[in-house]
Design a protein around this ligand. Sequence first.
Ligand SMILES: [Zn+2]
Length: 395
Amino acid sequence: MNIKATLSNPKARAGLKAAFLALALLLAFLAGREFHELRHYEETVVSAPGLTERKMLSDYLASLEGTWMDSPVFVYDSGVPGGSVFVMGNVHPYEPATSLAAYIIMENIKVSKGKVFVLPQGNRSASTTGMLANAYPKFFSVPTSFGAKKYRLGDRGTNPLDQWPDPFTYVNYPSRQNLAYQDIRNMNRTYPGRPDGTLTERAAYAVMELIRREKIDLAIDMHEASLMYPVVGTYVAHDRSFDLAMMAAMTLTAGSFDMKCESSPKGLRGLSHREWGDYSDTLAVLMETPEPFIDRVVGPMTEQLFTEGKDEFLDVAARHGLTYVPYSYETGAPLWYRCGRHLSGALEAVAQMGAFFPEKEVLVEWPGYEELKEHDCGYFLHDPGKADPKLVFKQ
Ligand SMILES: [Zn+2]
């Protein structure tokens, strides 16, 4: 084909334009179908029988109702007076060992004193989109005896479909600290939030209201971090909760796995471990577990990298002392390891709260690190097809 001749012929030019338009529409359709699939896929969880109430974030801020930020909160009240604990996952849904850990808690929890609130999807909107341009899988699967269970692999920030555009600089309320523009959609930079702010600020405000109205004694925010980021494999604790987190870290390190403890910086605003403690009476603790999938140096971002955490480039980085926790290709950082750390990390923090503040004691059981090491995650999930329909939830 003579390109010059084709381009000088108006009819041929129109045909070429139409062909390119058709190709663009086809690609938009194929991509749109993928976006739609992730946006609308619902995860299933089978709650343990101890569930006493299911609330929504919109119960704490009505304007969230009908938005993609509204998210269910599951309440397990023993009926025996004691303290109260709040556990939250997936504030950053590209760290979804945290929502899986929350689901494992919900599927197995037994509370015999006090009450426990679980919010598995802290930023539900962010869990409905992938990290744009990062070319990573939409879902990950957990093998179980009743087949593979599929979960969403989301983004760090609120879906731009729900909150857009971003400003040039994001100014945290009420500290007026200037932060990176995209952090306006990062829920863990928007605390304490405000009832008339952006969607993300409103969700953050609803979580604050939950903590205040339910008089939460211990609030735990679960995250995953890249291994080349200093705050990994650690608790980050507010001033009032620092002693209990340090004791928990020492107890865990003497037992199953290494856990560090850091103090929440006073000058870094908008984060849960700072604002939850400053704007309520709760003892605020954030936990970070190592997630190779989000490290900058890793190879292809596959589902296997997410679930097994094995990467040769990160292995080289670790051998050069560039990671903040020990790492090797052989062991990787599999899902059971990351969920197990969170499950035992939360249990130990709850136990230490009871030791430091006996009047706030909560007695609770769910599987921990050693049990996940032995059985893996899927063992602790229940078949929705055989469960009491009243305990099966989709979200
Ligand atoms: Zn995070």
